[in-house]
Design a protein around this ligand. Structure first.
Ligand code: ITT
Length: 192
């Protein structure tokens, strides 16, 4: 089975992706590879940041690697927090502070449409391939549920009445942006 390094420091992402890649390919996390690095995300698109993360780790290891960058794009906020999702309320990358700021900025706004968008960057033998996954839904005005991470307690995907934070990981993966992008990666790897 093929082995890829997953260039992330977010253990929640690792857990979700391992659920769907089991038996398809092996994932080595940065921690497992002994790499302790805060990968920069300096760009203004998800695509460029995903490329940055996989490229930094490829240059270090010369091994096949993938990364992903995800943003929550809210229609009434002109696509924000978007690429700034992790640091919306500041450099502390505090999930709760980010959610609080989002709810504050949406206070009194009736259009609650939003989407999560994930861009996966795969570097295979040094060549890059990008895969996208989108999950549309709405932002509610209270927080519900304790599973998941980030903006999960305020996001209800289209087709559900539960927030992502009220779902098990398997349920979230029925709808998830990340699952959709990774499924495309899995299909691609099955062909090469
Ligand atoms: P790496 O860059 O190390 O992979 P990160 O947490 O910095 O991890 P991102 O730059 O992709 O990852 O951050 C996007 C932020 O968007 C993340 O910190 C969460 O707040 C939020 N986010 C991403 N995926 C999410 C999901 O599935 N559910 C809820 N919030 C999510």
């Amino acid at each position: 089975m093929r082995t890829l390094i997953f260039a992330t420091n977010n253990q929640n992402k690792v857990n979700e992706i391992r659920k769907v890649t089991e038996g398809k390919f092996n994932i080595i996390t940065l921690k497992e590879a002994g790499i302790d690095i805060d990968i920069p995300e300096p760009h203004d698109t998800l695509e460029a940041n995903a490329t940055e993360k996989s490229t930094v780790i490829y240059q270090l290891t010369k091994q096949d690697v993938f990364s992903e960058d995800t943003g929550l794009e809210v229609v009434a906020l002109n696509g924000e927090p978007g690429v700034k999702s992790a640091r919306y309320a500041g450099e502390g990358r505090d999930f709760q502070a980010n959610v609080d700021l989002l709810l504050l900025n949406l206070d009194g706004i009736t259009n609650r449409q939003a989407q999560f968008r994930t861009v996966v960057s795969l570097l295979l033998d040094g060549k890059e391939y990008l895969f996208e996954g989108i999950c549309t839904g709405t932002i509610i005005s209270e927080q519900r549920g304790r599973q998941g991470f980030g903006y999960d307690p305020v996001f209800i995907p289209e087709g559900s009445t539960k927030t992502f934070a009220e779902m098990t990981m398997n349920e979230k993966n029925i709808f998830s942006h990340r699952k959709k992008a990774i499924s495309k990666l899995i299909d691609f790897l099955a062909q090469v």
